[in-house]
Design a protein around this ligand. Structure first.
Ligand code: ADP
Ligand code: MG
Length: 429
């Protein structure tokens, strides 16, 4: 009985196939031809690839470059200019892409970021299929503004910190954050090109220039305001005064939840030159005693604040602008590092950046619970997240190279969550 089964089925197949035999043979013949053609094409493709590989032997990333440039050919570019509309927002979230640097050019690093328009950015993430064919996973992000590698600090300033100057004159609190992995351009944006001692082209200096301009203007002159500055860093839960030999400061919270950094140096300034001198002093203190350029400074948050105080009532604050160069947000570094201290620092940074995100979101939702006690950073910035006239801007910095791709995507996802922009969620193209 058992042996009957297969026989029956075979005869069924024979029976069914018989009347169509001719067409089956034809079909098989066509399949064979198709297969040969496919093989021929594959062989040609392979030969072409071998040829291209040979031709591009000097550049191991040519294929990725090619895929990106093919992709970009389809795009219509319309970048941000110096005269686009500046929109008034409670929370502004934007991204700045820095150019590839010389070292990266020398290493033939591939630029995987495209900024097609004034508020969009695409990350071309290289991926491989199971058969090892390479392809691009293109992630589209939308922000309030996107700055490409050709944007100068002036352009960035115009759309980020500058619109907030008016807030502090109108009795409010403004904050501007530089967020991103180490080496992505946070300090370049906030302090200026420190290596060339070109500090007057940083956001700190440009904000100071505008503040001095407005203080003497007919509109605000009658307020008789005085400008003061403080500069400190938060490093592993410690608050260090950058204008007083890194003195270790305590944070106190009074019964009304008012937070004070006790003993923080606050210097009266009346010219941009004086502000620049303080920035130089603070930056030097921040990086002193380091063996490598980014050793400690990349693991601390630097907080530069400019206060407007009425000259007759010096104890009260009319307005305050906080400009913050955040610690590097990269993750990998924490798991790779062997020492317990650096791991703990990494954990602390993560915690404060998560707390920061929650506080900005709470500011956006108004009246929401403000979880400012979650970290020292959010604690010292408490008054900037409450009040009827508080405004915030976050500039997420990204490095263009393919080797930073994972960190870049993390940075962009964080920035995206700080503020859910209409349709600004991650999309795959
Ligand atoms: P971070 O503070 O985020 O660690 P930096 O601001 O120190 O990064 O930037 C790293 C390097 O890249 C520095 O040498 C800096 O001069 C350079 N750089 C950053 N952004 C730009 C830019 N927009 N244009 C030119 N060079 C830049
Ligand atoms: Mg830095």
């Amino acid at each position: 009985h058992k042996s009957k089964g297969p026989q029956t089925s075979r005869s069924v197949i024979e029976h069914i196939s018989h009347p169509y035999e001719g067409s089956v043979v034809k079909k098989i013949g066509k399949m064979e031809v198709d297969r040969m053609e496919r093989r021929k094409k594959q062989a040609e493709c392979k030969a072409e690839k071998v040829e291209l590989n040979k031709k591009n032997a000097h550049n191991p990333h040519w294929e990725l470059n090619q895929m990106i440039s093919d992709y970009c050919k389809k795009l219509h570019f319309q970048p941000l200019t110096m005269d686009d509309v500046i929109e008034d927002r409670l929370i502004t979230v934007c991204v700045r892409k820095r150019p590839l640097n010389k070292g990266e050019h020398d290493k033939k690093e591939v630029d995987v970021i495209t900024v097609p328009s004034k508020n969009q950015l695409i990350v071309h993430e290289p991926k491989s299929k199971v058969d090892l064919t390479k392809y691009l996973d293109n992630h589209l992000f939308k922000f309030d503004y996107t700055f490409d590698e050709n944007c100068s600090n002036d352009v960035v300033y115009r759309y980020t910190a500058q619109p907030l100057i008016k807030t502090i004159f109108e009795g409010g609190f403004a904050t501007c954050f530089a967020y991103g992995q180490t080496g992505s351009g946070k300090t370049y944006t906030m302090s200026g090109d420190v290596s060339r001692n070109n500090l007057n082209k940083g956001i700190y200096a440009m904000a100071a220039t505008d503040i001095f301009h407005l203080i003497a203007s007919p509109k605000y002159k009658h307020l008789n305001l005085i400008v003061t500055c403080s500069f400190f860093e938060i490093y592993s839960r410690k608050v260090l005064d950058l204008l007083n030999h890194k003195a270790d400061l305590k944070i106190l919270e009074d019964g009304r939840q008012q937070v004070q950094v006790v003993g923080l140096t606050e210097t009266v300034v009346s010219t941009v030159g004086e502000v620049l001198a303080l920035i130089t002093e603070g930056t030097t203190a921040r990086t002193s005693g380091q063996t490598s350029a980014n050793e400690n400074s990349s693991r601390s948050h630097a907080i530069f604040q400019m206060y407007l105080r009425p000259c007759k009532k010096f104890n009260s604050i009319h307005g305050k602008f906080s400009l913050i160069d955040l610690a590097g947000n990269e993750r990998g570094a924490d798991t790779l590092s062997s020492t317990k201290t650096t791991r703990m620092e990494g954990g602390e940074i993560n915690k404060s950046l998560l707390a920061l995100k929650e506080c900005i979101r709470a500011l956006g939702r108004k009246k929401a619970h403000l979880p400012f006690r979650l970290s020292k950073l959010t604690q010292v910035l408490r008054d900037s997240f409450i009040g009827t006239n508080s405004k915030t801007c976050m500039i997420a910095m990204v490095s263009p190279g393919v080797s930073s791709c994972e960190n870049t995507l993390n940075t962009l996802r964080y920035a995206d969550r700080v503020k859910e922009l209409g349709g600004g969620d991650l999309q795959h193209l």
